[in-house]
Design a protein around this ligand. Structure first.
Ligand SMILES: *Cc1c(COP(=O)(O)O)cnc(C)c1O
Length: 466
């Protein structure tokens, strides 16, 4: 093909649509985008021999450059409608914030705050004091510290309490949490030495006891958040570990993972130990995530003995793991929902987990009706029906827990792969479940107002197939 048919940079820059872009985008970036698209086209022509006339080439470069600039302007993080029925969807940002939490975050992010100032005394204060009294009142812990995430919490605890010494863990609890949190790797990073005891399925208290030596720094219990070992099994209980630790003057640390502050069994979830239960058991430190069952922003919360927490506050590693004011603002407002009233009414994660079946069914019936109405005049309207489905807690919590839910199944006469892709790249993105030649929209994980958008997005997705 003739590369001489390629328009010049200057010619493209004179196009009215590109000149329009310059009003909302720095000129240097516009020029860069045009150059890049021209060189893409040049490359394509040389490798494929594809023929373009001058007009086609210009059109392509202009359109692609604009697309590139628009996506630069808006960034790539965008709203997603989660219709998968997985409440704590790790790939979708785990816990959505409550209105109270997101409003507080925005309100405090827009100005200055007393992040590190004691306003009473007019002196320098600590960012860590803000959440402490709330956390202590809610849990009865002696002291609290909040860091970037739970991985950071475990890292800081191990580095502070066990660097160059030994940490004893059951082989049944050497977890990997999606996205590369692995107990052995965190241990190595912290500078502590891992001592594995027991076997995958059976670990006894005596295994811990026999491994204790003068090199031992602490006993670590890890919540097997995302898997269960079933059948011929045994684990030392937290109670037993605590008593063993007390006898040997060794702290016991529990990585609780998705620690909940409330017992969810009245809503039909399996009984799992709450944060307060662990502290009651006498563990010296418990760590958990802010954005799993707690329902707040990404954070790692450490509760327990004051002396150990003070040691962690003095560790310089904390500087690299510290939380930002926006997180503190979001977490304060999340915790205030536990203080002021019924968190299951205010915190989206808890609200979604505790919804009753009748309510979900009503919502599915409504959604199905608006989908039928919205697709009525399409050439070949798909079959739309309400179905009973099983939702999931997700986020590596309650791996065996089925949440009975309702969804809307839309059955097409074709493989919906391309449609699903169209829905994924729409704005906002819509993520359904896929089942052979159907998609299923779970209503449990839809947020306020999202149900109204779905018929529109689906219509657009179907139209884009043509
Ligand atoms: C989720 C989880 C982690 C990691 O927490 P992040 O907040 O994602 O860093 C660590 N341990 C356990 C047991 C978990 O469930």
């Amino acid at each position: 093909m003739r590369l001489q048919n390629l328009p010049s940079v200057d010619e493209i820059l004179k196009d009215v649509r590109i000149r329009e872009m310059e009003k909302s985008c720095a000129r240097s970036l516009v020029v860069q985008a045009v150059r890049r698209e021209l060189s893409h086209l040049r490359e394509e022509i040389t490798t494929t021999g594809h023929d373009y006339d001058r007009d086609q080439a210009r059109e392509r470069v202009v359109k692609e450059a604009i697309r590139q600039l628009e996506s630069l302007q808006s960034g790539s993080l965008r709203r997603v409608i989660n219709a998968t029925g997985v409440v704590l969807h790790t790939n979708l940002g785990r816990a959505p914030l409550s209105p109270r939490s997101s409003e507080n975050t925005v309100r405090l992010a827009q100005g200055y705050t007393n992040l590190e100032m004691d306003l009473e005394e007019g002196k320098r204060g600590s960012r860590y004091q803000h959440l402490e009294s709330m956390l202590l009142s809610l849990t009865g812990a002696e002291a609290a510290l909040v860091v970037n995430n739970n991985a950071a919490a475990v890292l800081l605890a191990l580095n502070t309490l066990a660097k160059d010494r030994e940490v004893i863990v059951s082989r049944g609890q050497l977890v990997e949490i999606g996205g590369s949190f692995r107990i052995p790797e965190i241990m190595t990073l912290s500078g502590a030495n891992l001592v594995e005891v027991g076997t995958t399925n059976k670990t006894y208290l005596s295994d811990f006891e026999q491994a204790i030596s003068e090199r031992t720094a602490l006993l670590l219990a890890v919540h097997t958040s995302n898997y269960r070992i079933v059948g011929f099994t045994h684990e030392a209980t937290l109670d037993e570990l605590v008593r063993l630790g007390q006898r040997h003057k060794l702290p016991v640390v529990k990585d609780l993972g998705s620690g909940s502050l409330i017992n969810l069994s009245p809503w039909g979830l399996e009984a799992e130990p709450t944060v307060q239960d662990c502290l009651h058991n006498g563990v010296d430190l418990v760590t958990f995530s802010g954005d799993k069952l707690l329902g707040g922003p990404q954070a790692g919360i450490i509760l327990g003995r004051k002396q150990l927490i003070d040691d962690m506050k003095r560790n310089h590693l904390l500087r690299a793991l510290r939380v930002d004011k926006m997180i503190i603002a979001g977490l304060e407002a999340t915790l205030s929902s536990y203080i002021t009233g019924d968190p299951t009414e205010n915190i989206p994660v808890l609200k979604m987990l505790t919804r009753n079946k009748a309510e979900l069914q009503d919502q599915a019936i409504q959604l199905a009706q608006s989908l039928r109405d919205g697709l009525l005049d399409s050439a070949d309207p798909p079959e739309v029906k309400v179905v009973e489905i099983t939702d999931r807690v997700g986020g590596g919590a309650y791996p065996l827990q089925d949440l009975p839910g309702y969804g809307v199944e839309i059955i097409f006469g074709f493989d919906p792969e391309q449609l699903v892709r169209n829905l994924r790249i729409s704005k906002p993105a819509l993520l359904p479940r896929i089942q052979e030649s159907a998609i299923i929209l779970s209503v449990r994980t839809l947020q306020a107002g999202e149900g109204d958008l779905i018929p529109v997005l689906l219509r657009q997705g179907l139209e884009a197939l043509k």
